[in-house]
Every structure is written in structure tokens, then in C-alpha cells.
Design a protein around this ligand. Structure first.
Ligand code: AMP
Ligand code: MG
Length: 416
């Protein structure tokens, strides 16, 4: 059971060790493009066509050869109209122009488009009141993507803009990585399903529902193994069911209490890497291996479960899925209130950002207990206080990490 030299492991070290220990899934599947949203691309997609396919007008106006309109007030004969999707069949000659619409292919003999607003029509002629520079208002073929160019590569998490880019080159089917199967369960004799009554001492199993939700949001295939009681035998049976997954996430039973058997059973059936991280909330945490699966034993206090998932499990699952964990977006805001803290662990207080011009600040929610899940639900950010920091006075700038995060980073763009 490896642990840092002097007690709990710094959070950044724990995160780096966990992410480094993950082998990304390499199995792929081919999907129709619309189904590939929020999946991780497993191939290099190369443009089979130029985008756009031909020089085309970027404005509604008139197309002509710049040499034919040497100065403002030039007059040209309008010999036709060119619409998007209907290329002009002839060459535009001396003294001539065509009316042309946005997206229409620029005809032979045309190298410039003037916007309609800078012209005046007189019978069959058009007078160009303000002559644009040669080449203006024409988008060259291949301006966005050239045929043969690499569009996106393996490891790219597909957002709506990526779907549109892939569609623009006609990539109607794409290879993506298989989604990770993540088994999860809660441990605790006190936990009951949320649709029944509670006897004295019992509570509803909220963590499992929170975990199911964050896994769904991350695009994982969750495998819900229910509630497991505080006994070695029950845990052993659950571990055996869980170990065929790609990853296992549990809550509860990782402290040193009389009913905390997760570490024992994990050590027995797999291996434990470490189990104390210098983070508050959430110090006790098991990371290890169970069969082929990576195992994350999160603490049971609901806020601890949620915070350790975000800080330690989520980046690992992104890597498991073939993606690149994004560095969190952080900035500083002054804290509205004094914050109490003992040096030692990195704190993740729950806060709300208040933006009001120069008076922007962050407000810690009023109850920071690790059992007060409402603090997570009400908050829109973490206030991150470094391990070595102590009390913080109101007005001091503090690090703010919004809960809405990019999560999926992008690998370097493919080389064409
Ligand atoms: P443990 O980590 O098992 O010692 O649990 C710490 C605290 O979290 C205890 O108060 C538990 O009752 C509570 N807890 C554990 N698991 C859950 C769960 N699934 N849902 C809600 N609370 C839980
Ligand atoms: Mg427990």
C-alpha cells in the first residue's frame, strides 16, 4: 500500500498517478455521424473534397473581372444570374458581369464580387458605385479544408462543431472508441432504496444516484450494482461481479472504521495503490486494480464522494475513454467572507460566483459539512485553497474553479 512519504498524498500527485495508471480503451466501433456526438474519435478523418468545393461568392452582388471596372462608377452589362447550386454555364466577357448570390460558384472570367449595396441598376446595366479590390467577396476553394488534409484525429472528443466539420467533408460514418463500462455500487448497512420507507437509523442511498448521473453525463456506460452491505462476504461477491467492467467506482467503507472492509477485500481480490489523499473533503480514497478494472473506492460522505469523483475519477475516466483530460479552467475572485482553514490539505469549498463588474466576488455557501450535499447542489464553483494556506480574510483573491468545466481536452491537431 504505497503512500506519500509523510502521510496523505498531495492531490496533484494522486491525480497524476491515477491518470498515468490508466490504459485507454482501444476497441473501436463505427457509428453514423449523428450518433458520434460526445464520443471520442478513433481514426484520422481526411478530407475527401475541398471545402468549399469551388471559388464562390461570400455576398449577394455582382461578379466581374476587376480589369473591367477600373474606377468607381464603372458600368457593366448584366448577362445572367448565378444562384447557389446552379453554376453559370458560360464565360463572363469584356464589359460584362453576372448577378451572383452568396454561395454561388464564381463563373469563368470573374475574379471579383461587389456587394449589391454598392451598386445601382440601370436597365440591363449595373453601375458599380464603389469598386472593391480585386478578389474581394470571393471565398477560395479549399479555404476551410483542402482535399487530402487531415480534419480530425484519434482522441478528439466530438462536439457539435466537430460533427459539422466532419459532415462538411462527407464523413457520414466514423470510428470511435467503445465507451467505458463503469460498474458502481454503494456500501453501507444504513442505505435504503429511495422508493421505500426508512426505519430508524436508515438513510436513502443518494450517492449511487449521484454517481449514475455523473457517469451518464460523462458518456460512460454505467453498470449499477446496487447497495452492498458492510460485510466481507457481500463485498467480495460485489467485487467479483464488478471486475469484468473497465472501471469500478464505489462509495463508502474506505475509512478505518469497524465496518470499513473495502480496502481489505480489494487487497484480497486485487491490489490497493494508496488510500489517503490530502484533499478536503475526501481524504480516504482507495485506488487500485480489480481484475482488468481500475478501482476507485470513494469516501461515503456525499460531498466527499462528489468532490473526489470530479477531482480524481473524472480525469481518469476521460483517459480511459481515449480522451485527454482537460486542465481545469480557474481564475481568481475575492472572497466575500473570511474563510477558516488549517494548513495541511487542499480544500474544495463550495461557492457561488457573483459577477457585478469590478465588484465580482465569490461567496462560500454557508454550510460546508461533507454530509451537506445541498452545498454542492447550490454551488456553481469550488473555492480551491492550497494545502499550505491557512485562514483567508474577506477580500483576498482566491482560486475559483467553476463546476462547469471543459472536462474533455483535445489532443494536438493532426498533421496533414
Ligand atoms: P463511510 O465512508 O462508509 O464511513 O460513510 C461516511 C458517511 O457517509 C456516513 O454518514 C454514511 O452514512 C454516509 N454515506 C455512505 N454512503 C452513502 C450513500 N450511498 N448515500 C448517502 N450517504 C452515504
Ligand atoms: Mg459506511
Amino acid at each position: 500500500m504505497a503512500e506519500s512519504r509523510n502521510g496523505p498524498m498531495p492531490l496533484a500527485e494522486a491525480r497524476a498517478r491515477i491518470v498515468a495508471a490508466i490504459s485507454p480503451i482501444t476497441d473501436t466501433q463505427t457509428l453514423a455521424l449523428p450518433e458520434a456526438l460526445h464520443r471520442v474519435l478513433a481514426e484520422t478523418v481526411t478530407a475527401g473534397v475541398d471545402v468549399p468545393g469551388a471559388d464562390n461568392a461570400s455576398m449577394d452582388g455582382f461578379g466581374f473581372a476587376a480589369a473591367q471596372a477600373p474606377a468607381d462608377g464603372a458600368r457593366l452589362r448584366v448577362v445572367g444570374e448565378v444562384l447557389a447550386g446552379h453554376p453559370f454555364p458560360a464565360r463572363v466577357g469584356a464589359g460584362e458581369c453576372v448577378r451572383i448570390m452568396t454561395g454561388a460558384v464564381v463563373p469563368a472570367g470573374v475574379d471579383t464580387v461587389v456587394m449589391q449595396e454598392n451598386t445601382r441598376t440601370e436597365g440591363d446595366d449595373v453601375v458599380i458605385e464603389r469598386v472593391p479590390a480585386r478578389g474581394d467577396n470571393i471565398r477560395p476553394a479549399g479555404e476551410d479544408l483542402a482535399r487530402g488534409e487531415a480534419v480530425l484525429g484519434p482522441g478528439h472528443y466530438l462536439r457539435p462543431a466537430d460533427i459539422a466539420v466532419l459532415a462538411s467533408v462527407g464523413a457520414h460514418r466514423v470510428a470511435v472508441y467503445r465507451r467505458p463500462r463503469v460498474a458502481f455500487f454503494s456500501t453501507g448497512d444504513e442505505l435504503r432504496p429511495i422508493d421505500g420507507p426508512l426505519a430508524p437509523g436508515e438513510i436513502y442511498d443518494s450517492n449511487r444516484h449521484g454517481l449514475a448521473a455523473v457517469l451518464a453525463e460523462l458518456g460512460m456506460e454505467g453498470v449499477d450494482l446496487g447497495v452492498v452491505g458492510d460485510s466481507r462476504a457481500a463485498l467480495a461477491a460485489a467485487f467479483d461481479r464488478a471486475m469484468t467492467a473497465d472501471a469500478v467506482v464505489t462509495s463508502g467503507g474506505v475509512s478505518v472504521g469497524a465496518a470499513d472492509f473495502v480496502l481489505d477485500v480489494l487487497a484480497d481480490r486485487g491490489s490497493v495503490d494508496f488510500w489517503r489523499v490530502a484533499i478536503k473533503p475526501g481524504k480516504p480514497l482507495a485506488f487500485g486494480t480489480l481484475g482488468d478494472a481500475r478501482f476507485f473506492g470513494l469516501p461515503g460522505n456525499p460531498v466527499s464522494t462528489a468532490v473526489t469523483f470530479v477531482q480524481l475519477v473524472r480525469p481518469a475516466l476521460v483517459r480511459l475513454a481515449g480522451g485527454t483530460p482537460a486542465a481545469p479552467v480557474r481564475f481568481t475572485l475575492p472572497t466575500r467572507t473570511d474563510l477558516r482553514k488549517k494548513p495541511g490539505r487542499e480544500h474544495y469549498l463550495r461557492g457561488c460566483m457573483a459577477f457585478d463588474g469590478a465588484a465580482s466576488e465569490v461567496v462560500a455557501v454557508d454550510h460546508q459539512g461533507s454530509g451537506v450535499m445541498r452545498s454542492m447542489s447550490r454551488a456553481d464553483c469550488f473555492i480551491v485553497l492550497p494545502a499550505d494556506c491557512g485562514d483567508v480574510a474577506a477580500g483576498t483573491p482566491v482560486t475559483v474553479e467553476p463546476m462547469a468545466q471543459p472536462v474533455w481536452g483535445q489532443p494536438a491537431p493532426p498533421i496533414a
